[in-house]
Write a protein that binds this ligand. Sequence first.
Ligand code: PLP
Length: 459
Amino acid sequence: MHDALRAAAACWASWEARVRQQPVTPRLSNEALAARLAGYDFEAPRDLTALTRDVAELVEQGSLHSTHPRYFGLFVPGVRAAGVVADTLAAAYNPQLGAWWHGPAAAQVEQRALGFFRERIGLPASSFATFTTGGSEANLTGVLAALASAFPRFARDGLEGTRAALYASDQAHDSFVKIARTVGLGERAVRRIRSDARQRLDVRALEHALAVDRAAGLVPFLVVATVGTTATGAVDPLVPLADLCARERLWLHADAAWGGIALLSDALRGHVAGIERADSITWDAHKTLPVPMGAGMFFVRDRRFTEGVFSVRTGYVPSTDPGTFDAYQQTLQWSRRFIGLKVFLTLAELGRAGVQSLVDRQAEMAHRLRALLREDAWTIANDTPLPLVCFTRDGLGPEDTTALVQRVVAEGAVWISEVRLPDGARWLRACITHHEVGPDDLRALVDALCRARARAIPT
Ligand SMILES: *Cc1c(COP(=O)(O)O)cnc(C)c1O
């Protein structure tokens, strides 16, 4: 066991030491990977230490590397030792968190960590918080709590033919489409409200849609405010949405899967003011802190609604200790792993100021990137305080944008993506997700763009 763990640690240390000289993109094709895996027939036993080295190499050569500081990607941060060590310990001790009494240390560690985030949001101590597999499970939980709140018989009788509708901007995360299908609402129940020129939900358009839909017999029950859209980092107008939901008696769910990052910085948190008025909140630790996936978080102001959806009576789980709660009675998961240790250990190691400086550094790097791009005749296309930069330039059409991004990615020195907007516009997108991005990495990005443009010129 020691040898295998030492081998795993050595592989990772070696990767960390070499990372900036390595391509961000996979080196092995799918065919090459399949050929190597054909050597695994699972017939005879093999030595664990040798296997450890082999699979580490396989993953290293066959991945798009989110742990690479030149991955300007999709909300997958790098990882730090605290998170890796914590996940190893969580796997080794494997406490069962489904019931508090089964893993009291783990249950308390998780609640302690969640308390830190609850305080940053500004929710009362009476609110309920849990770690989830990710933002999708947290959003699903928010939708279910909203249904239980709006329709008191929902848990027992379902929707009984009510045409319930939820409202989200055309920039909201598509997990809500999956959720609407999963819970039986159907995707047409997701009413997409147009966003404004800064990709923020248009509150006027929402008011209008509510009136029209009610007149047509629909029953609105939920408004989703996206705090940091996946495409451009836009933050929906939280205070007007909270006011509207209070007036119209609608549940407000804040999807801050990535945008929660602003709450970790005193300089940025003002940009998400009003989030504390939401009835429920999604916030992914695995998108906003350097911890491995999956570590989502879900917060709900009034725990009665999640309890109403998830509580069951079993004949085989011993009953709980007074003053504690069992997660399987409050959340979707039953058996659950020790998700929160990596978050707890990261917070404990860095401290509040350390966490804040990681986020402030990412924001600072985004500012620098915007300046570098402007110097190089690019136009900054989005408007967000968060470290996500969308850009374009004069004369660059939608197809040119796609081709340019493809050339950058094919070269492999940096990784960026494109975003497509409802009006047909296409932008390049670079998100500062890694905590160790430095000026040289930004330069590498701008240089890669320059090379890709040069290759675009027909000879
Ligand atoms: C990523 C994301 C989600 C989904 O979260 P997962 O952790 O990937 O399940 C939901 N909402 C937003 C705004 C996101 O960016």
